[in-house]
Design a protein around this ligand. Structure first.
Ligand code: NAP
Length: 387
């Protein structure tokens, strides 16, 4: 009796998954052409978006640096680092598996998250999907005996050591995309690019990228070892890369872009308000000027704009935030993070919406009428970016 109940449950779960996949496949197909059309209008280029097994794919980078991934990635960081309480290993693995089963092939972590614990979680959760998904990770912040020192270290010997350690924790033979997390003033970018070039030749790394660097650094790095992606903060409340030439250089050189914190660390998802209490041991948002009660209260006007925009289109504010980023052109792959299957599905269903260029302009001007209150980073974090 217990056995037949169990079977019944499994069959039902299997059916629900197949039904969901079939619905997604039917709804994504027409969306594909519409998304293609919308993006072509914006970039004026042939879009690299393609469809496989009901999931949309995009290509980060070009030529020898090209890397095809699901059009929406998954940020693993917040499952056990910097986003308050973790729901625990079992639930995190369940969510990561759900993402992989639904076709996500780009999972993002870093050595410094945890430190180390986030890579360990990603490696353990994704081991059954080896060869089918990609785990991207990052070096740069110095970590000694499992603790951060606050310094940067991208010297060749350290990059090599961190690469070996990450391979072991991630349970893979080659890192699909290895990012420099923050610029190291002591190590010229040319040296970093050459070191990564050697690791690529040795097969330990397949592609590389950089985070939060300026346009000149990107040009220098790319001329030595072609970059696949730049990963920096980008969302409707932080549009610096559109103003400081970073996006322009990426488009000129054919480098992909991975917007991090695409729903502004949860704020644009609508579940944060001035009374939200962040875990004082495991949440960096409490240190950010933009996440203080008064700035949260003021910035809620911006969230309301997204909610209002989504209301007549059947979209949540998180979907509006993600769809806006994706509409900015090909080679853009956001990596929202979540601890919940429901938010994962909501975020993936962003791929199902088609918004016109004019509508996006309307949204942008509505958002612009409310100045963003509070800096995104505190002084120390700000010192580490833009080199
Ligand atoms: N390169 C870098 O310097 C850098 C810096 C920061 C982050 N990152 C990467 O970017 C990834 C994502 O960044 P992030 O976690 O800072 O920001 P995010 O993805 O913008 O926001 C994550 C937060 O949003 C909430 N959320 C997600 N989907 C939601 C939805 N549909 N509705 C309401 N709330 C939702 C999540 O809470 P729930 O768990 O409740 O869903 C989570 O706390 C990280 O995992 C990391 O890989 C990179």
């Amino acid at each position: 009796m217990e056995d037949s109940n169990k079977k019944e449950k499994i069959n039902r779960r299997g059916f629900l998954k197949i039904a969901a996949a079939a619905t997604a496949a039917f709804s994504i197909q027409p969306t594909l052409d519409k998304v293609k059309a919308a993006n072509n209008v914006i970039t004026g280029k042939k879009n690299s978006i393609v469809r496989k097994d009901g999931m949309l794919y995009r290509t980060l980078g070009s030529g020898s640096a090209a890397f095809e991934v699901s059009a929406m990635g998954f940020g693993v960081m917040g499952m056990n680092y910097n986003r308050s309480q973790s729901p625990g290993r079992k639930q995190c693995i369940r969510v990561i598996h759900e993402a992989a089963e639904r076709g996500v092939t780009l999972f993002d972590t870093a050595i410094v998250y945890g430190p180390l614990h986030n890579e360990i979680l990603a490696g353990e959760a994704l081991a059954p999907y080896k060869g089918k998904v990609n785990i991207t990770t990052k070096f740069g912040h110095e970590v000694i005996n499992g603790k951060t020192t606050g310094r940067q270290d991208s010297s060749p010997a350290t990059i090599r050591r961190y690469c070996e350690d990450s391979l072991r924790r991630l349970k893979i033979d080659s890192i699909p995309l290895f990012y420099q997390h923050r610029f190291d003033p002591k190590t010229p970018v040319e040296v970093v690019a050459e070191t990564i070039g050697d690791l690529i030749k040795e097969g330990k790394v397949q592609h590389w990228g950089m985070c939060e660097v300026n346009a000149e650094t990107i040009r220098k790095a790319h001329s030595i070892q072609p970059l696949t992606a730049i990963q920096s903060e980008w969302h409707l409340m932080h549009r610096l890369i559109e103003e400081n030439d970073v996006l322009k250089v990426c488009q000129q050189l054919g480098i992909g872009f991975v917007p991090y914190s695409p729903v502004n660390r949860g704020f644009l998802g609508g579940a944060i308000n001035e009374f939200t209490v962040f875990d004082d041991k495991n949440d960096n948002r409490q240190t950010l000027p933009r996440f203080q009660p008064d700035t949260i209260r003021a910035n809620t006007a911006i969230l309301n704009v997204l909610q209002h925009f989504g209301r007549t289109r059947g979209m949540t504010s998180a979907q509006v935030a993600l769809a806006w980023l994706m509409s900015k052109g090909e080679g853009i792959v956001p990596i929202p993070g979540t601890t919940k299957v429901s938010h994962l599905i909501e975020n993936l269903y962003t791929l199902d919406f088609d918004i016109s260029d004019n509508d996006w302009k309307e949204l942008e001007s509505a958002v612009a009428s409310f100045p963003v209150m509070g800096d995104r980073y505190n002084a120390e974090q700000q010192r580490q970016v833009g080199h």
